[in-house]
Design a protein around this ligand. Structure first.
Ligand code: PLP
Length: 316
């Protein structure tokens, strides 16, 4: 785990998942002001009672000028900005964020759940004081996560009693989950090397959709993104309908945030990016893995294009 994160083993605090690690970071750090980017995962956006959202641009990239102005004297503050977004794959300028945050005397937490295994990860060069990881996002078991904590952070536990994880996360550890997390971390570190293969497949998928599906929109297509993620909108056709149609055609995709599939609403992330409702409620996320091939991409483009024609005909 520590090797995947570029950290020392003593910095790793195992938790019951990414959600708990995010809550531990923001609530256990002892800072009274919590500033987070407007496109964070709900486990960050809802972790504290009073949170200020830092605006983002049309690609979902955090506004550094606004961050600086909002921080002022940051000695009572913690800032949380994710490494990469779970709906769009957009990568944040975390090194620049860390510089601004530290210059103001604040702490910096980075939710790196989506970046692990897809981007090279190095806790120290990222500049974060704390960083979150989740086992099931790198092919490990559900219910295991980790918060990487720098030595200088004085972290108070949010679950008390027991003294496990050096008193920072009490309660008997989920040893099978953690062992699976460690095994997945070793494999994930090796997969980063092959990220270019996924990126080529993703680019091919997006090019195919642009060519064959009139009106389709690739969200944040020009921004720096994770190699495996495409966020695709078909204005006027709800994400829920798209997920069902693609499911019938044999493709597992998700509407909005993958973690909350099943409760389909307009995406808060896309709304924060200034997208109108006919895009925010009509966007799906397609994630590729190393088991996908060029044939899968062609089949997906063909199925999506057939569906779009039928949906257009029905709407007409
Ligand atoms: N942060 C991000 C960016 C995520 O995509 C997720 C999704 O699961 C989480 C946090 C929550 O992690 P977990 O499911 O392990 O609680």
């Amino acid at each position: 785990m520590a090797a995947l994160a570029g950290a020392d083993p003593a910095m790793v605090v195992f938790t019951g998942g990414g959600t708990e690690a995010n809550n531990l970071a923001l609530r256990g750090c002892g800072r009274s002001r919590v500033l987070v980017s407007a496109v964070e995962h709900p486990s960050v956006l809802e972790a504290a009672d009073c949170i200020d959202a830092i605006p983002v641009d049309g690609n979902g990239i955090v506004d550094l000028v606004a961050l600086k102005a909002m921080l002022g004297d940051g000695s009572d503050a913690i800032v949380s900005v994710m490494l990469a977004n779970n709906e769009t794959g957009v990568i944040q300028p975390v090194v620049a964020v860390a510089e601004i945050v530290h210059a103001a005397g604040a702490l910096f937490h980075c939710d790196a759940v989506q970046g692990a295994g897809k981007l090279p990860l190095d806790f120290r060069s990222l500049g974060a004081d704390m960083m979150t990881l989740s086992a099931h996002k790198i092919g490990g078991p559900k219910g295991a996560g980790a918060l990487i904590v720098a030595d200088h952070v004085n972290l108070a536990p949010i679950i008390r009693g027991g003294g496990q994880e050096r008193g920072r996360r009490n309660g008997t550890e989920n040893v099978p989950g953690i062992a699976g997390f460690g095994a997945a971390a070793q494999l994930a570190a090796a997969e980063v090397v092959d990220a270019g293969i996924l990126e080529a497949l993703r680019d091919r998928l997006e090019a195919g959709l642009r060519e064959h599906v009139p009106g389709v929109k690739i969200i944040a297509g020009d921004a720096p993104r994770l190699p495996n993620t495409a966020c695709v909108a078909l204005p006027g056709i709800s994400a829920e309908i798209q997920v069902m149609a693609l499911d019938l055609a044999g493709f597992s995709i998700s509407a909005g945030s993958a973690c909350s599939s099943g409760k389909v609403k307009a995406s808060k992330v896309l709304r924060a990016m200034g997208q109108p409702d006919d895009i925010a409620a009509c966007a799906i996320r397609v994630s590729l893995g190393h088991s996908n091939s060029e044939v899968d991409i062609e089949n997906f483009v063909s199925a999506y294009s057939d569906f779009a024609k039928r949906a257009g005909a029905t709407a007409a």
